[in-house]
Design a protein around this ligand. Structure first.
Ligand SMILES: [Zn+2]
Length: 288
C-alpha cells in the first residue's frame, strides 16, 4: 500500500475514540519493527521523522524511498503515513518535495502572527499535494528547556485561530513534555484540553511527549479529543536496554554474536513489542 496522508486515519480515530500512534524512526531496524508491529495488530500507523533523524538517515528522500520500498517488500497493507516531526518552515517544504505524506510545521517559537502566516503557507502547499499538516500552538516543554515541574499550556483562542486555517490536526501543550517525565510532574491539564477541543470544534488533537504518561491519563486525553500520540523516548529506552543486556551477557563474544544483524536483533524486537503494546493501549488495533 502506498503512503497515505494522516488526515483520514485521524478523523476516523477521533470519531471512533481511539488514537493513532506516531513512532519516530531512526534507521532501518526502527522502521521495520514499527511497520511489522502495525501490520500484526492491523493498525494504522504514523512514522515520525525529526529533522535530526532525517539528516542522520542521509536526507528526506532517502527516508521516503526506504519507507516506500520497505512497505512494498514487507507486504504492509495497513495505512502508513510518513510524517515530519517538529519541522521548520524550510524542512516542511523539503519533505513535501521529498515524498512525505504528512508534515508538522512547528512555528510555536515564533510570535503568534508569524506562526499563523507561516502555517497558512505550509497548509496551502501541502494540501495542493494531498499531504496532511500538523501545526503547534504554545511550545511543548522538555528537558532541553530546563522544565522540571510541568509543561506549558496553550491558549485555546490561539488554537482556534490556527484551526480556522484548515490545519488537519493540532499539537497544543497541555502540561505534556518531551523526554522522560520527572517524578514531580503535575500531570496533564484536562481542563485546558477540554477548552482547546471546544474552541477547535472537534479537530483531532495531538499529544506530544507520549512516553511515560500513565494509561488512565492517556485514555482520558483520548476521550477529550486526542487522536494522535507521539512516542519516541520509550522506543529509544527499550532499544538501548535490550542492546546493553545482550552485550553485558557477553553474547557478542559468542560465535558470530558480533554480526550486526544479531547485535541489533534484541533491540529491534524490543521496539516491536513496545509498539504493539502502545497500539493496544491507544485502541488503534484492528482499525486499519
Ligand atoms: Zn513533539
Amino acid at each position: 500500500m502506498a503512503l497515505v496522508s494522516a488526515k483520514e486515519m485521524l478523523e476516523k480515530a477521533h470519531e471512533g475514540h481511539y488514537a493513532v500512534g506516531q513512532f519516530n524512526i531512526n534507521n532501518l531496524e526502527w522502521t521495520k519493527a514499527i511497520l511489522q508491529a502495525a501490520q500484526e495488530t492491523n493498525s494504522p500507523v504514523i512514522l515520525g521523522v525529526s529533522e535530526g533523524a532525517g539528516k542522520y538517515m542521509c536526507g528526506y528522500k532517502t527516508v521516503a524511498d526506504m519507507v516506500k520500498a520497505m512497505i512494498d517488500y514487507l507486504g504492509i497493507t495497513v495505512p502508513v503515513a510518513l510524517h515530519l516531526d517538529h519541522g521548520t518552515f524550510e524542512g516542511a517544504k523539503a519533505c513535501i518535495e521529498a515524498g512525505f505524506s504528512s508534515v508538522m510545521f512547528d512555528g510555536s517559537h515564533y510570535p503568534f502572527e508569524e506562526n499563523v502566516e507561516k502555517s497558512k503557507e505550509i497548509i496551502a502547499l501541502a494540501h495542493s499535494k494531498g499531504i496532511s499538516v500538523e501545526c503547534e500552538v504554545g511550545a511543548i516543554g522538555g528537558e532541553e528547556d530546563g522544565v522540571i515541574g510541568g509543561g506549558e499550556v496553550a491558549d485555546p483562542k490561539e488554537c482556534a485561530a490556527v484551526a480556522e486555517l484548515g490545519v488537519d490536526f493540532l499539537a497544543a501543550g497541555i502540561g505534556n513534555i518531551h523526554g522522560k517525565y520527572p517524578a514531580n510532574w503535575k500531570g496533564l491539564n484536562f481542563d485546558v484540553l477540554a477548552e482547546i477541543q471546544a474552541s477547535t470544534k472537534g479537530l483531532p488533537l495531538v499529544l506530544h511527549g507520549g512516553s511515560g504518561i500513565p494509561t488512565d491519563m492517556i485514555k482520558k486525553a483520548i476521550s477529550l479529543g486526542v487522536s494522535k500520540i507521539n512516542v519516541n523516548t520509550e522506543c529509544q529506552l527499550v532499544f538501548a536496554d535490550a542492546t546493553r543486556k545482550y552485550i553485558e551477557a557477553g553474547k557478542d563474544l559468542e560465535g558470530k554474536g558480533f554480526d550486526p544483524r544479531k547485535l541489533l536483533a534484541p533491540g529491534t524486537a524490543a521496539i516491536k513489542e513496545l509498539v504493539i503494546e502502545k497500539i493496544k493501549e491507544f485502541g488503534s488495533d484492528n482499525k486499519a
